[in-house]
Write a protein that binds this ligand. Structure first.
Ligand SMILES: NC(=O)c1ccc[n+]([C@@H]2O[C@H](COP(=O)([O-])OP(=O)(O)OC[C@H]3O[C@@H](n4cnc5c(N)ncnc54)[C@H](OP(=O)(O)O)[C@@H]3O)[C@@H](O)[C@H]2O)c1
Length: 324
C-alpha cells in the first residue's frame, strides 16, 4: 500500500460500494501494478487473470454492452459477441451470474468483461452505467438493449409501483442508454444498436397486459431511430423473437402453463441471437427469427385485428387469469 496508485485503487473500491445498492463490487485486491491496464478500473473488479499478452492489450478490442446478460438471450448475446472478438460490459442485477459469465468469456475467448450489477428499474441507473463506462475510457460500439421481463396478472391486479418499475425497465431505461451511448457512435461513424423486442409487439395484446404495448414502443422507436441514423454508420435493429427457451417464463412463474404450448412454437436462444446479430449487421429494421414466428407475424399483418385478437394461445390467456 506504499504505492500511491494502490491507495487510489483502494479508495476507488470504497467509492464504488455504497451500502444502499451495490452497483459494482470489487471482489479482489488491487491487481499487480505491473499490469498495463492497471489504470482501467473495470479490470480491477474481478479476480480474472486472462492470458492476454501486452500486444493484445495494446490493440483494444471493440466493446459491446449487453443488458440482461445474467441469463437467457442476454447471456448468449454476450458469449456470441465475445466469440466475435468483442470485450464486454455486462449489466443485470445478479452479480454472481455476471461474474461467472466474465470468467467464461475470459477463459474461452480471452475477452475482458466489466461487470455492472445494476437494477434498471432505478431511474438513475442508465446515467450511472454510462458514467462508469465513460470513466473507464471504454468506447461502446455495440449496444444490446435486452433486459426485460413480464408482469403477471391483468392491469388492475398489479400495484402501480410494479407497473412503474416495469415501464422504467421496458421503456425508459433502454431508450436512456441509447440516448447516452449513441452520440459517440455517430461521431465515430460506427455503431450497432440491437433492441430485443418481441413478436408480441407485432400482434394482438393479451388482455390487460402492458408487455405487448411496451414492446410495440420498442419496435416502433427502433424503426424511427433507424431512419434517423441512415448513412451515419450506425445500424439499428429491432429483434422480435417469439417463445424462446430462456428463464423468462420461470421468472414470470408460468413455466408449467407454457410447457403446454407445442414445440414448434419454441426456439433455441442461440438461434435467436445469431439471427439478431446477422440482422443488425445487414442493417435490417426488423428481425423475426424462425419460420413459425415469421408466419405468425405475417398473419398478424394480413388478418384483421378482430380475428387475430381471438388467436392468442389459450395458455397465454389462462396465464394472465391465473393470478386473479
Ligand atoms: N423468452 C421469450 O420467450 C422471449 C420472447 C420475446 C422476447 N423476449 C425478450 O427477450 C429479452 C431477454 O429475456 P430472456 O428471454 O432472455 O429472459 P431471462 O432469461 O429471464 O433474462 C432476462 C434478463 O433481464 C434482466 N433483467 C430483468 N429485470 C432487470 C432489471 N430490473 N434490471 C436489470 N436487469 C434486469 C435479467 O437479469 P437479473 O434478473 O439478473 O437482473 C436477465 O438477465 C427480454 O427483453 C424479453 O422481453 C423474450
Amino acid at each position: 500500500m506504499d504505492d500511491p496508485r494502490a491507495a487510489e485503487c483502494e479508495s476507488w473500491k470504497c467509492r464504488r460500494n455504497p451500502d444502499s445498492f451495490t452497483f459494482l463490487k470489487t471482489t479482489r485486491d488491487p491487481p499487480s501494478l505491473r499490469e498495463p491496464w492497471y489504470t482501467i478500473p473495470w479490470m480491477q473488479s474481478e479476480v480474472i487473470q486472462t492470458d492476454l499478452t501486452p500486444t493484445a492489450v495494446a490493440t483494444p478490442r471493440p466493446v459491446a454492452l449487453v443488458t440482461g446478460a445474467s441469463s437467457g438471450l442476454g447471456r448468449d448475446f454476450a458469449i456470441a459477441l465475445a466469440q466475435r472478438g468483442f470485450d464486454l460490459v455486462v449489466v443485470a442485477r445478479r452479480e454472481d451470474r455476471l461474474i461467472a459469465l466474465k470468467r467464461e468469456v475470459a477463459s474461452k475467448y480471452a475477452a475482458r468483461a466489466m461487470v455492472i450489477a445494476m437494477d434498471l428499474a432505478v431511474p438513475t441507473a442508465p446515467r450511472e452505467i454510462y458514467s462508469i463506462v465513460e470513466g473507464s475510457g471504454l468506447e461502446v460500439s455495440f449496444l444490446v438493449n435486452n433486459a426485460g421481463y413480464g408482469l403477471r396478472g391483468r392491469f388492475l391486479d398489479v400495484p402501480w409501483s410494479a407497473h412503474a418499475d416495469f415501464l422504467q425497465v421496458m421503456v425508459s431505461a433502454w431508450l436512456h442508454l441509447t440516448h447516452l451511448f449513441l452520440p459517440a457512435m455517430r461521431a465515430r461513424g460506427y455503431g450497432r444498436l440491437l433492441h430485443v423486442s418481441s413478436l408480441a409487439s407485432l400482434g394482438p395484446e393479451p388482455p390487460g397486459s402492458l408487455y405487448s404495448p411496451t414492446k410495440s414502443m420498442m419496435t416502433s422507436a427502433s424503426r424511427a431511430l433507424r431512419l434517423n441514423l441512415l448513412k451515419t454508420g450506425v445500424h439499428c435493429t429491432a429483434l422480435c423473437p417469439g417463445f424462446t427457451h430462456t428463464e423468462f417464463h420461470d421468472a414470470l412463474g408460468c413455466r408449467a402453463q407454457m410447457n403446454k404450448l407445442p414445440k414448434y412454437m419454441w426456439m433455441d436462444s442461440r438461434a435467436v441471437v445469431e439471427a439478431g446479430l446477422r440482422g443488425v449487421e445487414e442493417n435490417r429494421v426488423l428481425v423475426v427469427p424462425g419460420a413459425f414466428n415469421k408466419f405468425a407475424a405475417c398473419m398478424c399483418k394480413l388478418l384483421p385485428y378482430a380475428l387475430t385478437s381471438k388467436l392468442i394461445p389459450d395458455a397465454v390467456l389462462r396465464e394472465h387469469d391465473a393470478v386473479r
